[in-house]
Design a protein around this ligand. Structure first.
Ligand SMILES: NC(=O)c1ccc[n+]([C@@H]2O[C@H](COP(=O)([O-])OP(=O)(O)OC[C@H]3O[C@@H](n4cnc5c(N)ncnc54)[C@H](OP(=O)(O)O)[C@@H]3O)[C@@H](O)[C@H]2O)c1
Length: 252
């Protein structure tokens, strides 16, 4: 049975990805900062392990317990909804610690095992904001753009050992608590001169009819993991695909 480890399974996409791979007969290592089985099936094919992607000891312990892995999904991430002038730089550093260095560190930790097997897939969850920029998300967008660049360069060295690396770029999904979680961790005090601009932008984003569903993200991850020929960058969701078209880009 193939085995997959997913980060950030306490909620949202990570939890849905874990459930899907389990339903398809995979062995699933569902990791999260504070382990809880809630929202996940009770099964001898599903193990919940603690993993904070910003903590080296936590990564080492989780990878040691996980056993041989056929796939890794770096899904853990945090948002920062604010204009640059409202963004605290210490918190911006936290965003990069989780979204960029966290994914790099977990990837680095699984590589020896995958290299020994000469196979494996690593899927990094990025965002469609890296296809078409949006305001009030500059720090977050920069972190995901760094994740894209990392993944595309790393994929060339991993391919030497039969290991694939891929990106999934979801659009905006109101089905998860991503915005609420980002605001509660990073705050959202918008400086007064930007207030109406930011309010109008988020109102228009919320009223946009094209959204991304959790199912679309799960399907894109499934394809990235199971199809050797899956594109390097897959847009997930109607809004993400529209962004690609409007920027004159195709999935590559
Ligand atoms: N929803 C969207 O609109 C959207 C769009 C594009 C991309 N994305 C990306 O999709 C991914 C999943 O987001 P989501 O929408 O499912 O939101 P979510 O429900 O907030 O999920 C984020 C997950 O990441 C975990 N996490 C945060 N910091 C972590 C850390 N240091 N170590 C380990 N886990 C950590 C959270 O765990 P805790 O409960 O411990 O905080 C949570 O399980 C993220 O990478 C996000 O950037 C989301």
């Amino acid at each position: 049975m193939p085995r997959i480890l997913i980060t950030g399974c306490s909620s949202g996409f990570g939890q849905a990805i874990a459930r899907h791979f389990h339903s398809q007969g995979w062995e699933v290592v569902a990791t999260m900062r504070t382990p809880s089985p809630s929202g996940l099936p009770v099964s001898d094919r599903l193990t919940v392990l603690p993993l904070d992607v910003t903590d080296a000891d936590s990564i080492a312990a989780a990878i040691a317990k996980a056993g041989p892995l056929d796939a890794l999904v770096n899904n853990a991430g945090v948002g920062m909804l604010n204009v640059l002038e409202g963004s605290d730089i210490a918190r911006a550093r936290d965003v990069f610690e989780t979204n960029v260095l966290g994914a790099m560190a977990v990837t680095r930790a699984v590589m020896p095992g995958m290299r020994a097997m000469r196979r494996g897939v690593i899927v990094n969850i990025s965002s469609s904001v890296t296809i078409r920029p949006l305001p009030a998300l500059s720090v977050y967008t920069a972190s995901k753009a760094a994740l894209n660049a990392f993944t595309e360069s790393f994929a060339l060295e991993a391919a030497e050992f039969g290991i694939r690396a891929r990106l999934v770029l979801p659009g905006s999904s109101p089905e998860t608590s991503f915005a609420r979680n980002g605001i509660s961790r990073m705050g959202m005090t918008v400086p007064e001169p930007y207030e109406s601009f930011v309010q109008e932008f988020f109102t228009s984003l919320r009223s946009s009819p094209e959204k991304t569903t959790t199912r679309e993200v799960v399907e894109a991850v499934w394809r990235a993991v199971t199809e050797d020929t899956a594109p390097m960058r897959q847009a997930a969701g109607a809004d993400a695909r529209r962004a690609l078209r409007e920027m004159g880009l195709a999935e590559v």
